[in-house]
Design a protein around this ligand. Structure first.
Ligand SMILES: CC(C)(COP(=O)(O)OP(=O)(O)OC[C@H]1O[C@@H](n2cnc3c(N)ncnc32)[C@H](O)[C@@H]1OP(=O)(O)O)[C@@H](O)C(=O)NCCC(=O)NCCS
Length: 149
């Protein structure tokens, strides 16, 4: 199966619709993205929105966020999602490897991510690609009253 992973550098109805199809497969509480949301994501140099295409259709996404802090240039991976119909075919790995490569290219020291233990496929994927479990606590402060994630 041929899959092409690229960075989305401009907004389009196709991209908006694909994200609005994929994101609910990760988060039931996320609000639908507007055109303006997609413009913001695709024009921020430090937010790298990867998409995986199969037969010209977007079937997966991953976002790498790069930031500079006193301890160095670092990055987070968020919102890794592959369409339910095409899982298990290497697309998640291709997206994650592309993000690692981009982090390396930008000179980041570390790439962090979190994944609930119940997400068995995701945890296996990350560990297979070399992510190591850290001994730390993960905290979240909820700004909104919606606490579902
Ligand atoms: C997690 C997810 C992105 C993986 O994408 P994918 O394209 O199916 O993964 P890949 O085909 O690239 O698999 C790569 C590796 O991940 C692991 N893996 C993938 N699916 C798996 C499954 N169902 N069970 C166990 N391990 C699995 C395997 O180690 C696999 O390597 P292998 O095929 O050589 O054994 C996908 O399952 C998904 O979108 N899940 C719902 C959203 C989600 O949980 N996102 C992660 C949030 S942290």
């Amino acid at each position: 199966m041929s899959v092409e992973v690229t960075v989305a550098t401009s907004a389009s109805p196709e991209l908006r619709d694909a994200l609005n199809r994929l994101v609910p497969q990760l988060s039931s509480s996320a609000k639908p993205l507007s055109d303006a949301d997609v413009v913001r994501m695709t024009t921020d140099h430090d937010v790298v929105l990867f998409v995986a295409k199969h037969d010209d259709v977007i079937v997966g996404t991953l976002t790498l966020v790069v930031f500079a802090i006193p301890s160095g240039q670092r990055a987070w991976i968020e919102d890794v999602i592959v369409d339910g119909d095409v899982r298990g075919l290497g697309i998640g790995a291709a997206l994650t490897n592309a993000a690692i490569e981009e982090g390396r290219r930008r000179g980041v020291r570390t790439i962090d991510l979190t994944s609930r233990p119940s997400r068995e496929a995701a945890n296996k994927l990350y560990q297979k690609l070399g992510f190591e479990i850290r001994d730390t606590n993960v905290y979240r402060f909820f700004i909104e009253s919606d606490r579902s994630g």
